[in-house]
Design a protein around this ligand. Structure first.
Ligand code: GLU
Length: 420
């Protein structure tokens, strides 16, 4: 991460402020600033050329006061233990804020998955699952996908883990393919939730959602469905982007067509209409609502002055840096923070896990209506907390409010358990 502070330092700073803001004992900060357990693993993988390459991986188990550890696995060339620790802390807070019976964890492997063949990727995924197997389990620690991983990888991992146990253990990984104990809603649950967050926040701060202009940065699994639902609920999606570029059309983009173009050509820039701009232009176009849905650190001190949106719903983890966040609030924007706005993924994971533990399933409609109710209630509760903190304590961000709510639940659990 460029800039002055690392993602971990920033998360710890927000945590510290929130512990003070919420009036919690200082011990809460001391406990939550460190993970409970960290596992580092080396994974030797035989590559297709016959050579062995050893990959470095981690599983950080951050806090278990509320239940089993839960959080994704990231495959990324720039990931390191420090980032993984920050992401694991984020999961403790995200799971707490959203009322789930989970603590937080996160795993990572330092690798660029795009540079591996499918067979190499399978061997790495199985190797990682074997390496962390002693510490995970359907009642201990339940991983899922994150950046660079997907349902196929979860299928290989659940197979590897089940072989080690000598029985099928569906609930040990979530976001599996629907054919292998997954739920079809997982494909779009995160983007759906990001759009719900944008809609609820826009209705509160801009008086409506229908007819507003929306831009989406990142057109992967999250961004595509965030755009799809925004359009479905009557907003006008004027820009979408991926690493190939931004498609901008002030008259509105046909999101379903853009999704088809992305699926068949791999690049959204091949969309047949609109203006074609740089990948980051979607952050800067004229719009009411922005949903940064790719990666962290995209809205920074050096480019925040170009961002025009009034409501930002963070589909990605950590897309806005602290300096940029300050500038945005000073000019009257609000940001629904990642731990609320992208929680649709882990909320869906929770429902899939409940299904798996019972060997039961819900229909797509029933699953979606459960997520919708949970997400709407959580975002409304967060906005209410933000407003009450703002009137009591002066300028705070919605991220502060989210952290206060999240820490409060973990704090109460730790106190009842006698840890504090
Ligand atoms: N990786 C996702 C997140 O950051 C999902 C985690 C999960 O489903 O456990 O929330």
């Amino acid at each position: 991460m460029s800039g002055k502070v690392s993602y971990l330092q920033w998360m710890l700073q927000v945590l510290k402020n929130s512990v003070e803001l919420g009036g919690f004992p200082e011990e809460v900060y001391h406990i939550l600033s460190k993970p409970e357990r960290v596992l580092m693993v080396s994974i030797p993988v035989r590559m297709d050329n016959g050579k062995i390459v050893v990959f470095e991986g981690y599983r950080v188990q951050h806090n278990s006061a509320l239940g089993p550890y839960k959080g994704g696995i990231r495959f990324h060339p720039e990931v390191d233990l420090e980032t993984d620790m920050a992401l694991a802390l984020g999961m403790t807070l995200k799971n707490s804020l959203n009322g789930l019976p989970y603590g937080g964890g996160k795993g990572a492997v330092k690798v660029d998955p795009k540079k591996l063949s499918q067979t190499e990727l399978e061997r790495l995924s199985r190797g990682y699952a074997r390496a962390i197997a002693p510490l995970i389990g359907d009642l201990e620690d339940i991983p899922a996908p994150d950046v660079g991983t997907n349902p196929q990888i979860m299928a290989w991992m659940v197979d590897e883990y089940s072989k080690l146990k000598g029985r099928n253990v569906p609930g040990v990984f979530t976001a599996k393919p629907p054919e292998l104990w997954g739920n079809p809603v997982r494909l779009y649950s995160t983007g759906f939730g990001t759009a719900v967050a944008a809609k609820v926040a826009a209705e509160k701060y801009l008086g409506r959602f229908e007819g507003l202009t929306v831009s989406v940065h990142g057109f992967g699994n999250v961004g595509q469905y965030a755009a799809y639902y925004a359009a479905k609920w009557g907003a006008k999606v004027v820009a979408v982007s991926d690493t190939s570029g931004t498609v901008y059309d002030p008259n509105g983009i046909d999101v379903e067509l853009a999704m088809k173009v992305k699926e068949s050509t791999g690049k959204v820039i091949n969309y047949p209409r609109g203006e074609k701009l740089d990948p980051d232009a979607s952050l800067y176009v004229d719009c009411d609502v922005l949903m940064p849905s790719a990666i962290e650190n995209v809205i920074r001190a050096d480019n925040v002055h170009k961002v025009k949106a009034k409501v930002i719903s963070e589909g990605a983890n950590g897309p806005t840096t602290p300096e940029a966040e300050k500038v945005l609030y000073e000019r009257g924007a609000v940001i629904v923070p990642d731990i609320a706005a992208n929680a649709g993924g882990v909320v869906m994971s929770y429902l899939e896990w409940v299904e798996n533990l019972q060997w039961y399933w819900w229909s797509e409609e029933e699953t979606l209506s459960r997520i919708k109710t949970l997400m709407e209630n959580n975002i409304k509760r967060l906005i209410a907390k933000y407003e009450s903190l703002r009137s009591e304590k002066g300028p705070v961000t919605m991220r502060n409010a989210a952290f206060v709510l999240a820490v409060e639940r973990v704090y109460k659990a730790m106190k009842l358990r006698g840890w504090i």
